[in-house]
Design a protein around this ligand. Structure first.
Ligand SMILES: O=c1ccn([C@@H]2O[C@H](COP(=O)(O)OP(=O)(O)O[C@H]3O[C@H](CO)[C@@H](O)[C@H](O)[C@H]3O)[C@@H](O)[C@H]2O)c(=O)[nH]1
Ligand SMILES: [Mn+2]
Length: 661
C-alpha cells in the first residue's frame, strides 16, 4: 500500500471550457437509517450541502433514502426543500463554503464582508430563516411528533397512516421538488435541483439488506426519474465541504484517458476529531497514505461514502476497450408523466418483491450479504475490468461524524473486519476471483484489509503468552547479551520509528501516534477477535451478521469527556471485559517480573527475560487509561464495577493456574 503512491490534480476550468454545455446529469444518493441516532437536522444539512453544488441545477437530483421510514425525517426534508429556495441563491451569490448551513453558520459567526450592506443584510435574513427551520425540525424531533399544522400542509404525510412500524410499511415516495416543473424555482427564479424522499417498502418476511438494499432501490427509482449518468453516494452524516467536488470528479470521469475509470473515491474525513484523535477514528494513515498507494496499484477501494460512480458500472456493466461514453446522450431524455404518475409508477421499483428472481444484489447494483457491501461492490467493479481513482484535495470534499466513544469505535471496526474477512473467505477472495482481472499488487493490497480479523490471533498470543511465561522464568526471546537479539531490536525500532515518522508527516501529533498504538492493540484484541469468531460461526451456519448503525449523537456529559480526550467505558460490554482482564493480567505479570528480577542478585534472569519485560512493561504503560477507568475514576465514563470485579477475578485465577502448572 506504500509502494507507488499517486497524487492527482484537476483542472476544472478546462472541464468547463470544453464540456460546460454537455455536462452529464448527476444523481446524489443520501442514506439514512434511524432518526434516533441520525438526527433529521444533520441529515437535511447534508442534503442541502449537496443541493448547493456548483453545478447546473437542472442536471442535479438529490435522493434521500430513509430506512427508518420516519415521518420526522420527511418533515425535516420538506422544511429543507422550502429553505433551499433561499439557501441556494445565497450560496451561489456569495460563493460561500461550506454549503451545509449548520457547518457554515457555526464557523462563520458574522457576515464575511461587513462593508457590503447587501451581504450583511442577506446574511442575517438567511441565518434567521435557518435558525427558525432548525427550531421547527428539532422541536418535532424532541417531541417525536410532527405538529398537526405542519401535517396538514402537505398531502405526503397521509402516507404514514399506512405505516404500522418501521419494519412493516409500503413504499413511500415523494418528489418534493420536481426539476421539470417550471414552478420549481428559487427566489431568484433559478431552477431548483430535483429532490426526492424515498422509504422503500419493508416487510418482516423480506430481508432488507441494509444499506445495499437501500442503494439498489435508489438506483432503480432514480433511473426512472432523472437517470443521471453519474451517481454520488454519501452517508447522511457526511456533508459536502467543497462545492466543486462534483466538477473535480468529472475531471477524471470525462477525461480523455478516463474511459476506464468507474469511480472516483474521496477519502473519508471528519469534523469532530479531537486534537490527538484518542480513538484513531480519523484513520489518518489509511486516508492520506494507503488510499494513494491503492490508487497506484490499480485503484482504491470503494468505501461507501464520498464516491462518484458511473451509473452503468455500478449496475454491472463490463469494461470494453474503445467503448467511449457519450456524456450528453441522456441529458435530453426526461420522463413525460406528471409528478403524481411518476411517483406511482416508481413505487413498484422500491417494493420488496421487485428483486425476486432478478440479478439485483448479485450481478447488478450493490452486492448483498456482506457488512461491507461497499468494499465488495468496488472489488467486483474492478474485476469487471474497470479502474478507480482516489482524489484527496486540499480542501476536503466531505466531512462526516466519527464515532465518539470507545465502544462505538470497536463495534464499527468489528463490522468492517468481519465483512472484510467474509470477502476473503468467499468466492470473491481477490487472489481467486481477481486472478487475471486485477493486478497482483492490487490483490495483495486488498488483503491488507481483508485479513485484519485473523490478526487477532497473533496479537492475543503476544499479549498473553510472553507475560504469563515470565512467572515461570520461561524465556521466549533471545537473551540481551546474545547477538540474536539484534534482529528483534531492529524490527521493533524500525517499525515504530517508521510509523511515527509517517504519522507526523501526515500532520499528526506524537500523542496521536501513541493513541494509535493503543487503538491498534484494542481493535486487535476485541473487534478482530469477535469478527473472527463470528465469521467462523457464520461459516458453520451458527450466526448471522448484521449492520449496527453508528450513533451520531451523544449526550453533553459524554461529549465533554470526548473533547477532553478521556477514554469512555461506561456501559458493560464483553469487549471491555477482555480489555480489562488483559490489562490486569499484564499488570500482575509485570509486578511478578519486577519481584523476580530484584530477588535475583546476579541479574541473569534479567538478561533472559528483558525483551519479555519490555513487552509487558509497554503493555502496562499503554493500558494506563484502562487502569484509571477501573480503579481511579468517579465519572459516568468509568469502567462498570461488574466488569472490574469480573476482570480481577479472571486475571487472578489465570495467574494462579499459571503458577501452579
Ligand atoms: O440498514 C441500513 C444501515 C445503514 N444505512 C446507512 O449507511 C450509512 C453508514 O452507516 P454508519 O452507521 O454511519 O456506518 P459507518 O461504519 O460509519 O459507515 C462506513 O462503513 C459502511 C460499511 O460498513 C459504509 O457503508 C459507509 O459508507 C462507511 O461510511 C449511514 O448513512 C446509514 O444511514 C442504511 O441506509 N440502511
Ligand atoms: Mn458513519
Amino acid at each position: 500500500a506504500r509502494w507507488n503512491p499517486v497524487y492527482r490534480y484537476t483542472f476544472k476550468d478546462r472541464l468547463s471550457q470544453r464540456y460546460e454545455k454537455v455536462l452529464p446529469k448527476v444523481d446524489v444518493f443520501v442514506c439514512t437509517a434511524d432518526h434516533t441516532v441520525e438526527p433529521p437536522l444533520m441529515v437535511v444539512n447534508t442534503v442541502l450541502s449537496v443541493m448547493a453544488y456548483d453545478y447546473p441545477t437542472e442536471k442535479l437530483s438529490v435522493y434521500l433514502s430513509d430506512d427508518g421510514g420516519s415521518e420526522l425525517m420527511f418533515h425535516a426534508l420538506l422544511e429543507a426543500s422550502r429553505f433551499s429556495k433561499y439557501w441556494l441563491p445565497f450560496c451561489k451569490k456569495f460563493k460561500i463554503e461550506p454549503r451545509s448551513p449548520e457547518a457554515y453558520f457555526s464557523t462563520v459567526l458574522q457576515p464575511v464582508n461587513m462593508d457590503d450592506p447587501v451581504m450583511a443584510e442577506e446574511w442575517s435574513t438567511i441565518k434567521k430563516l435557518y435558525e427558525d427551520m432548525k427550531e421547527r425540525i428539532n422541536n418535532a424531533s424532541n417531541s417525536g411528533q410532527v405538529p398537526e399544522a405542519a401535517r396538514k400542509e402537505h398531502k405526503g404525510f397521509q402516507d404514514w397512516d399506512l405505516v404500522s412500524s418501521r419494519r412493516d410499511h409500503p413504499t413511500i415516495l415523494q418528489i418534493l421538488i420536481d426539476g421539470r416543473d417550471p414552478r420549481a424555482v428559487d427566489i431568484e427564479e433559478q431552477t431548483l435541483p430535483t429532490l426526492v424522499y424515498l422509504a422503500r417498502e419493508k416487510r418482516p418476511q423480506y430481508h432488507h439488506n441494509f444499506k445495499a438494499g437501500a442503494l439498489n432501490a435508489l438506483l432503480r427509482v432514480s433511473s426512472r426519474i432523472s437517470n443521471g449518468l453519474v451517481v454520488l453516494t454519501v452517508d447522511c452524516d457526511m456533508y459536502s465541504n467543497n462545492s466543486k467536488s462534483l466538477r473535480d470528479a468529472l475531471c477524471f470521469l470525462m477525461d480523455e484517458e478516463g474511459e476506464r475509470i468507474a469511480f472516483v473515491q474521496f477519502p473519508q474525513s471528519f469534523n469532530n476529531i479531537t486534537t490527538n484523535d484518542i480513538y484513531n477514528t480519523s484513520l489518518r494513515v489509511i486516508m492520506e497514505v494507503e488510499l494513494r498507494g491503492l490508487d497506484g496499484n490499480g485503484g482504491p477501494l470503494y468505501i461507501g461514502t464520498g464516491c462518484f460512480h458511473r451509473r452503468d458500472t455500478l449496475c454491472g456493466k463490463k469494461y470494453e476497450k474503445d467503448c467511449k461514453i457519450e456524456w450528453w446522450t441522456e441529458n435530453d431524455k426526461r420522463a413525460e408523466e406528471s409528478t403524481k404518475v411518476l411517483e406511482e409508477t416508481c413505487k413498484t421499483l422500491a417494493s420488496c418483491s421487485y428483486e425476486k428472481n432478478t440479478e439485483w444484489g448479485k450481478e447488478m447494483g450493490l452486492k448483498y450479504g456482506c457488512p461491507v457491501e461497499d468494499v465488495l461492490t468496488g472489488l467486483c467493479i474492478q474485476c469487471r475490468g474497470w479502474r478507480s481513482v482516489s482524489y484527496n484535495p486540499e480542501r476536503k470534499g466531505f466531512l462526516g461524524v466519527a464515532p465518539t466513544t470507545l465502544l462505538q469505535t470497536l463495534v464499527q471496526t468489528k463490522r468492517w473486519s468481519e465483512g472484510d474477512l467474509q470477502i476473503f473467505l468467499s468466492k470473491y477472495c481477490p487472489f481467486v476471483y481477481g486472478h487475471g482481472k486485477i493486478p497482483l499488487q492490487l490483490q495483495m493490497t486488498y488483503c491488507v484489509y481483508l485479513l485484519w480479523a485473523p490478526n487477532c490471533l497473533a496479537t492475543l498470543y503476544y499479549v498473553v503468552v510472553p507475560s504469563f511465561c515470565i512467572h515461570k522464568g520461561l524465556s521466549l526471546f533471545p537473551k540481551v547479551s546474545s547477538p540474536w537479539v539484534l534482529p528483534f531490536l531492529y524490527v521493533i525500532i524500525a517499525k515504530y520509528a517508521y510509523s511515527l515518522g509517517e504519522l507526523l508527516w501526515c500532520g499528526g501529533t506524537f500523542q496521536e501516534w501513541w493513541n494509535d498504538q493503543r487503538m491498534w492493540l484494542y481493535k486487535r484484541t476485541t473487534s478482530y477477535l469477535f469478527a473472527f469468531t463470528e465469521t467462523i460461526l457464520k461459516l458453520l451456519g451458527f450466526a448471522n451478521s448484521g449492520f449496527v448503525v453508528t450513533s451520531k449523537v451523544a449526550d453533553e456529559d459524554l461529549s465533554l469527556r470526548y473533547e477532553k480526550e478521556v477514554m469512555e467505558f461506561g456501559a458493560p460490554s464483553p469487549m471491555f471485559s477482555i480489555l480489562a482482564t488483559l490489562s490486569i493480567a499484564n499488570l500482575l505479570s509485570f509486578i511478578g517480573a519486577l519481584k523476580i528480577v530484584i530477588m535475583d542478585s546476579q541479574s541473569r534472569v534479567f538478561d533472559k527475560l528483558a525483551l519479555q519485560m519490555l513487552l509487558c512493561g509497554l503493555l502496562v504503560i499503554i493500558n494506563l487509561p484502562v487502569y484509571e477507568g477501573l480503579f481511579f475514576r468517579k465519572d459516568n465514563g468509568r469502567m462498570p464495577s461488574a466488569v472490574t470485579y469480573q476482570a480481577i477475578s479472571i486475571a487472578i485465577l489465570a495467574h494462579t493456574i499459571a503458577l501452579l502448572y
